[in-house]
Design a protein around this ligand. Sequence first.
Ligand code: EPU
Length: 448
Amino acid sequence: MTRDEIDGGRYEIEGGVPLRGEVRVSGAKNAVTKLMAATLLTEDPCTVHNVPRNLGDVSINEQVMHSLGTEITWTEDNVVSLRTAEITNTVVPLELGAKNRLAVLTAGPLLHRVGRAVIPAPGGDRIGPRPIDYHIAGLQRMGAIVEDHDGLYYFHTAGLKGATIDLPFPSVMATETLIIAASLARGVTVIRNAAIEPEIMDLIKFLQKMGAIIEQRVDRKIVIEGVQRLHGAEHRALSDRNEAVSLAVAAYLTRGDVRLIGADQSTLLTFLNTLYRVGLDFNVEDDAIRFFGSDQPPRSIALETDVHPGFMTDWQQPFAVLLTQARGMSVIHETIFNDRFGYTYELNRMGADTGLYAKCLGELGCRFREQDFPHSCIIRGPTPLHAADLVMPDIRGGASYLLAALCAEGTSRVWGIEHIERGYDNLYVKLQRLGAHIERAEDDAPQL
Ligand code: EPU
């Protein structure tokens, strides 16, 4: 990232303070934003609860939908009502569409309602190339004509129809794009090799409330019987398992004791199992999970990221920081994105001992085998961390810097915080509530 690309604003974090107390986990970014897009399928009003209003991606979504004709009203702090009585524009503005990857979700609804859409090629995190070819190929199978010029996708159709679609990989958002588009398509759509993340199940629940007929079958098959009309619905989004993981790791790294209200065990099973494997303990309560550190360093582990129900790719960054404090050599094999370890260079600058390898250091069949992608990481620990000046590369890499800074000796300064503020709901305020010494300062760019 160049100096000019860095927005003003930084966090200053004094490390070494044990986090204690309780905070509520917000609604899931990766569910809420999809629920909002799905409301475009009906002209009726819809209401979504548990929406993190301060989250950058929610605000980008609001602006995209507003530009298409959606009236958006916040009835309470975390409750939003959306109504798209009429589509007034079919072009997602370039400056909004390029900020994240969400605009492609609007293609299906726009094609149903007005037969055309123009959507910018997506932006978002720098974690390796993130094409949308699966989304496009699936929509084409359903009868969309798609052309691609100068970074814009032009879609049109005389009517979407059901199709059988084989996804080359269980892509989360391609599955969501196609489920949304198939809900109103003529006939039956079968998505094979679909992703089945909890956020996708939340989208399916919401669409069912709107009148859609969607079945999850065995072996990653999702079958959608298109209906003629969807109506308004009300839904409470599930809680954010990525936020829960980041805060849980912060508790362990600072040897604190943190209760996360609303943390949902059913979406965190693999993470919780992994905690047991490295020797860490937690208590699952009725509507909360308590995470408490110990005086003993965690044990090392060999981990592989995978599609759900595997260990999430968005958890490897916080976990890597945790493993810098584990005794022995740990291995992480990233099988979802081919370039998601860039943040480890900065961890090394803070005193960590990590190394990247192109070889698959794991057992899972991986699309990056025999290619030159640094997608395996070895971490030796425990290594004390010291403060540094850092610039966040993306949402989860940024979270790893905050976590490293919370357990480092001294005061770190972190820029590029628009990434974390796009993906986490007031994380620094929650950390402050737990006793962390973290301040947000408006600031010019760093002298790096
Ligand atoms: N892929 C393609 N072509 C496509 C779509 C995906 O090649 O058309 C590849 C990707 O390049 C990647 C793999 O398939 O190698 C899986 O990507 P996926 O499509 O599942 O990712 P995504 O839907 O773009 C969502 C989350 C990510 C999360 C991943 C994996 C949202 C908005 N984003 O991305 O979250 O890491 O699934 O679970 O839901 C984050 O929240 O910080 C974040 C990056």
